[in-house]
Design a protein around this ligand. Sequence first.
Ligand SMILES: C[S@@+](CC[C@H](N)C(=O)[O-])C[C@H]1O[C@@H](n2cnc3c(N)ncnc32)[C@H](O)[C@@H]1O
Length: 276
Amino acid sequence: VRDLFRRAGIDTAELDARLLAEAAFGLERLELVNREREPAPAEGLKQFEAYARRRLEGEPVVRILGEQEFWGLKFRLNAATLVPRPDTELLVERALAVLPPAATRRMLDLGTGTGCIPISILTERPRLGAVAVDLVSEALEMARFNAERHRVASRFDTRHGSWFTPLEEGERFDLATSNPPYIDTAEIETLMVEVRNHDPHLALDGGADGLDAYRIIAAGARDHLKADGVLLLEIGFTQAKAVSRLLAANGFTAIQTWRDLGGRDRVVSALNAVST
Ligand SMILES: C[S@@+](CC[C@H](N)C(=O)[O-])C[C@H]1O[C@@H](n2cnc3c(N)ncnc32)[C@H](O)[C@@H]1O
């Protein structure tokens, strides 16, 4: 299988073959090596072949395994959810920086997918409550599963609908986060097959200029933030200026851009300052 993967041009052929074998046979790495010479059980073999076929068709290993690690926690995925990306951990870091450890606070996450952003933050802040919104109910099911898995379900509430629409009028939060779809529609066709064919397009497509979701969020967020509430947005690395401008035009202040470990602009933060 490793050689098949290599011939198919998969860069991580060896690792991918091992991860799929571990999952198919239900064995850890060392056991797999120790039992190499034993005949493989038919059930596991069938599973391994099925996994290998999917990988050869371009499906990423994380999608086949249905799980991805984020902020040191395992998140279950389905076809409706994006695979959580390490870049998004910067959003979690910035959120923790504005949430005092022992304070009672409420946060909102827009476009929650697997729930990786609010669930990671909830595990670090025992008195925080979170509301997570997504347009796709299958994503919210996954998010609820992940919240239970990480024992924060009692503080995690999901709402089904578009951006702010499932919230109550006047419902306000101390913090709002979002990693919205931000890729231009035309650019999606140029992405790697793993992303283009296997990530849900609703999670990627930010409209003609990639900024559709930011326009809606920038316009609506102040109605759902408390005085001095903070908005944290993940952005594509070329979008800092445009997103900052949208936020300023909607009355946000203290607008700052934060870079990821690769040195690229990744998060924009803004304050809903109290008007005096
Ligand atoms: C880029 S993904 C981010 C998922 C997750 N927060 C993460 O960081 O891995 C964007 C998410 O926004 C959701 N979404 C797209 N349009 C939406 C809308 N109009 N209202 C609410 N959520 C939406 C998608 O279903 C998807 O889960």
